[in-house]
Design a binder for this molecule. Sequence first.
Ligand code: MEV
Length: 413
Amino acid sequence: MNRETQADYQHRSPMQSGRVSSRLPGFYELPIGQRREIIAGLSHMNAKEAECFGDFQTLSAEKVDVFIENGVGTFAMPLGVATNFTINGQDILVPMAVEETSVLAAASHGAKLARAGGGFQTTSTSPIGTGQIQLFPEAGFDFESVLQAERENLLAYANEGQHRLLSRGGGALNLTWRFIEAIRSLVLYIDVDTRDAMGANLINTICEKLSKRIQELIPCEMGLRILTNLCDKRLARAHCKVPKASLSNREFSGEEVVDRIEKAYLFAAHDVYRATTHNKGVMNGIDPVVIATGNDWRAVEAGAHAYCCRTGVYQPMTRWWKNAEGDLEGEIELPIAVGTVGGVTKLHPTAQAALQLMGNPTAQGLAEIIVAVGLAQNLSALRALASEGIQRGHMSLHQGNIALAQRQGAHTS
Ligand code: MEV
């Protein structure tokens, strides 16, 4: 191990070399305070500027060091509360961590429109994630017969040692497979009910364990063993109805807005460029709740977008239509892999507070809240886009950012 001292790092400062080197061997072994001093020195920051790497008041240096490697600070993000949500007849305050102006206002507005029609109705499937085990069987080997005969044994083996998960009603449930001729590869799919955990570690552990047993049964070269983020057995759904009367505004009658929102949805359903932006708006609602609860928003993003391609054509995440009474109805269905126990969710004090604010939902309950927020966010965006346009409301809210930037510019120039 090449142990360089802080002085060694600073010796290689941009002043001397002309540019910063990203080679920092042993950096990860230093205490956080020292890491911070080093990067501050390398980038010529004074002590005040280095304070912008964040404080450790909510998230201690100890936790940062456990959560990630090479940690030097924390990144503060605005945390807000979306109002007006009623989900399955119960009012709920929704925590959202996001940097974008107007997201909280839009979510709360969408929830208010839905509230006029009774709020959101949500459902979800069991929290089932899927792991993939890829292998390259010896040519001519009858893996089909072996897997058929051993399926139940393999499932039992996967569940060995998982007493707590099994006692809570979870565990490995099903094993399927397919042979991909083009790459001469057999892929096994193991479905696991992860209960209130997001389950990535659990599924990956099961995949790796199971692969060893499979290698004893099937002569093969082992490939990848990892969960899929396309968790299409772990779906959350929300539905809402908005009375046309709630949608009227200065420019358009309620009936006209319903028609225009339906057309806006159809635009997204027939144009992938629009579908992408439509879905970005949905994720404006989803990601902030996923982040506020300490969950993996990259996993949710990957799964949600892949799910939109399940027909082979990228589709909008929501659907809107005019019902027989002329009111607006909308729905959403997405795979949402989130947990309420384990990992960062359990250790991050703000994530714990966020869950508490929502009444400590189960993982399924949280997934349902998340899709309801996505639907509300989309409703609010489409309502504005389909009538006065998005900029009027957005710019009036954005004024604060502009004024702040001007004040900061005045202070620093
Ligand atoms: C902006 O962050 C999100 C929107 O572009 C979404 C949409 O166009 O539907 C307003």
